[in-house]
Write a protein of this length. Sequence first.
Lengths: 348, 348
Amino acid sequence: MTSVGEKVSNKQVIFRNFVSGFPKESDMYVTTRTIKLTAPEGSNAVLVKNLYLSIDPFLIVLMRPPSNNLSQLGTFIPGSPLSGYGMAKVLESGHPNFKEGDLVWGITRWEEYSLLTETDTLFKIQHADVPLSYYTGILGMPGMTAYVGFYEICSPKKGEYVFVSAASGAVGQLVGQFAKLLGCYVVGSAGSQEKVELLKSKFGFDKAFNYKEEHDLDAALKRYFPEGIDIYFDNVGGKTLDTVLLNMRDKGRIAVCGMISQYNLDEPEGLKNSMCILIKRIRMEGFHINYHYHLYPKFLDTVLPYIREGKIVYVEDIDEGLESGPAALVGLFHGRNVGKKVVVVARE
Amino acid sequence: MTSVGEKVSNKQVIFRNFVSGFPKESDMYVTTRTIKLTAPEGSNAVLVKNLYLSIDPFLIVLMRPPSNNLSQLGTFIPGSPLSGYGMAKVLESGHPNFKEGDLVWGITRWEEYSLLTETDTLFKIQHADVPLSYYTGILGMPGMTAYVGFYEICSPKKGEYVFVSAASGAVGQLVGQFAKLLGCYVVGSAGSQEKVELLKSKFGFDKAFNYKEEHDLDAALKRYFPEGIDIYFDNVGGKTLDTVLLNMRDKGRIAVCGMISQYNLDEPEGLKNSMCILIKRIRMEGFHINYHYHLYPKFLDTVLPYIREGKIVYVEDIDEGLESGPAALVGLFHGRNVGKKVVVVARE
């Protein structure tokens, strides 16, 4: 038991450096520093105890040195803890919107205790009748990403043909369920038989396939979408996106949510089928969830009832302990997670 | 002077075949057949005398054999005349919307006289106080393409930074003028010094450059757009599009109107910078003007006054005689035209 004002040890996952390719566990290390459990008087800072950390693919982008191309997302500082989404409990607050005991989710750091000075993306949790870890997933950034990407970017209509890549992941599993609730035909791709089974049996996808076993993706897509694809929710980019372009229907829409297949490449794969954008009048749009959080209350009104009524389910892949953070992040790029990857720092 | 019912000679440009690469004059040949100047009784057909033919880049797509990728645009039939946009005079009509003496524009064939059975894209000309050739350009398909592509697809705002490729062409010269009228900063690229001068002196582009003299397009774009590009009106695709992606601003829009740099390639160039779509939240959208003709009356209301008041100008590059059609079309892919390419079949 700790109390406010006390100086305590603070375990952290520190960013060492990153060269190229996939992130490695050795790009990070775990250390223990100390922190005084107080929010400095007169500041707007919020002192939190981190409970759950969200392990997200976009973190690899922040590991790379700033470049012209990616600079808008910021970068990690060597020697400092990683930052990212998480769920936490407020211990002390200098900010009028938060008070001791509040549960929050948003951008925090990979450590036991964090003094957060940037509170723009810190949301107070109003509904604690669902698993609190959900605020790193279905009720947090990935949930909002699925919601905004599907409903706002894809302009979906009942009966349309929807394809989702990385479909069992934090975002994909929800996109598929949203599409089914709207009355779409939905096919998902994933990287193992276990995930494929999950898509069909648990999330209600009409069809699902293991992309590692489909050596001719074009043929596979033509088999699953004989009429073509109206909506592609892209989490992977690269060759998958390129092959999907060939299989889009006229006036198709592509939400560019992530490009996990490209994040580890120094030289990205080229899209050879960009002519399809012209010929098929495709709309392709990238989005960042940061600019859509004004929709969060509307999102909760939609999704919370679905969760409570069991109309939407969510699968998490939870590791125990802050120390498991580096392996969890590395595993993401090898498809080791089954569902939303979460690290538990503390249960309360 | 010919009269309805008479059997007359009908000069035609016939499609021979097309293998790969740029079209060649030998892919077509001129011949003379005969035609009976009548619209068969009880039919909806319209018999026209063709006056002006519109020489458009998209015609190369119709020369290629049908493939999965491009099939939506149709294909030319070897041994038959080419078809495309043109301006014509009605000699006899079985269709209630047209009568003898009407001036029309729309899809016709490369011949002196055509019996048109597909009248969906045949528009009656209501305003003959402007040059009639304008109905192959500023007041026809290219004009509508510029209008819809800029106003509807690009969602432009005053003060935004606009880049137009193939900027002195049939569409580009108008996009630039629309953007200037809205109060945007506009830069155009073209393939000769003469065209660059035209862009600056005649069409009022803020800046213009000869892409053939810019060996580092990325550096050129950074020089002309130190703040980046909000809107890219793409007429060329390929490497230009790829380099523009690197120079787009956050929430930029790309109207994919044409990809003339790719039409002659068997293997298209890859887009390496597709990650920018994600990182910069770019919206990229292809469109075909065929689906937007309901806006034609609104378009005329906007553009006719501009023409009459001299607020918009239009440069045409006119060749005399149907025989000049093949060379005119081939020249398009070598940038030989300065402005909208038109072939005169007859003046009245």
